[in-house]
Unconditional design. Structure first.
Length: 283
């Protein structure tokens, strides 16, 4: 177990009470419990308040473009299969601008973990509706209420038979740390959709709102039962199931590429003669 102080202490630009603090604490707990030192993992993000997470922890970090964190994270993992890779990205970044990359990541099944900070609003750009904003939710940009139905990323991931699909709540750090740990130990793409209050711009989906509705999955729930997982994933209202909703083990993308066997690509020395031969083929 790693002492939590190893991950550093940083001044953040998040609002007091932001759900991102709970997620940050849960990530540190998950890393500490697994004995993963700061230099032994990579934290990738896009753009947004959630995407600032790698700034506030000692790690190997990378900020990508808005919605483009997943392609970078997959490239990092394929280049160095010995490093755990985490992705922090908001609901707008993951499911809006990056929606196509989200679907592709599920299909590819590269061994990375997506922590989607899902506050059901665009927090960085001052509170307009995001893909997961509930229909009818009034914002400054949608004064008549959000006209579109909310995107359910958990149901979409289960429908695509994503290898690991979980939902957590930023207000329950210990439970969330357990979900993140399980996700990181899964061999393949893992999604943890994290319900995260935005205290400044979302006055509907508050800590109290989530605490009243979030319910751990019942004892005996079978996350390998796809049909039951689809029913569970679709539930989002008076009760919101939290926990590991669906899990199946299939071959990861890395295991299907023979050129990745053995020493990680990042540690291999290039063969200048082989490169020259390839270049000569274009002469």
């Amino acid at each position: 177990m790693i002492d939590l102080t190893e991950y550093g202490e940083f001044t953040t630009s998040w609002c007091p009470g932001c759900g991102n603090f709970g997620i940050m604490d849960a990530v540190r707990l998950a890393l500490s419990r697994q004995g993963i030192a700061p230099h032994r993992f990579v934290y990738v993000s896009g753009i947004g308040q959630a995407a600032k997470a790698p700034h506030y922890i000692r790690c190997n970090g990378f900020n990508g473009l808005h919605g483009r964190a997943l392609p970078v994270a997959q490239a990092v993992r394929l280049a160095n299969t010995g490093l755990p890779v985490l992705v922090s990205s908001g609901d707008g970044c993951s499911y809006g601008e990056g929606g196509n990359h989200f679907l592709a990541a599920i299909r590819r099944n590269v061994n990375i973990t997506l922590l989607a900070h899902d506050n059901q609003i665009y927090g960085l750009t001052k509170g307009q509706a995001s893909p997961t904003t509930m229909q009818g939710h009034v914002t400054k940009a949608q004064p008549l209420g959000a006209p579109s139905a909310a995107f359910n990323p958990v149901a979409v991931a289960v429908a695509m038979r994503c290898g690991f699909v979980a939902r957590g709540f930023a207000g329950d750090k210990d439970f969330l740390a357990g979900l993140i740990t399980e996700a990181m130990r899964h061999d393949g793409f893992a999604l943890v959709d994290i319900l995260q209050p935005c205290v400044s711009f979302n006055k509907v989906n508050t800590y109290a709102w989530y605490k009243e509705r979030c319910r751990p999955l019942p004892e005996g729930y079978d996350p390998t039962d796809w049909q039951a997982a689809m029913t569970t994933a679709a539930a989002f209202g008076d009760e919101i199931p939290v926990g590991v909703i669906y899990r199946q083990q299939g071959p990861s993308f890395e295991s299907r590429l023979p050129q990745l066997a053995g020493e990680p690509l990042a540690a291999r020395r290039p063969d200048p003669a082989a490169v020259a031969r390839v270049l000569e083929g274009f002469a």
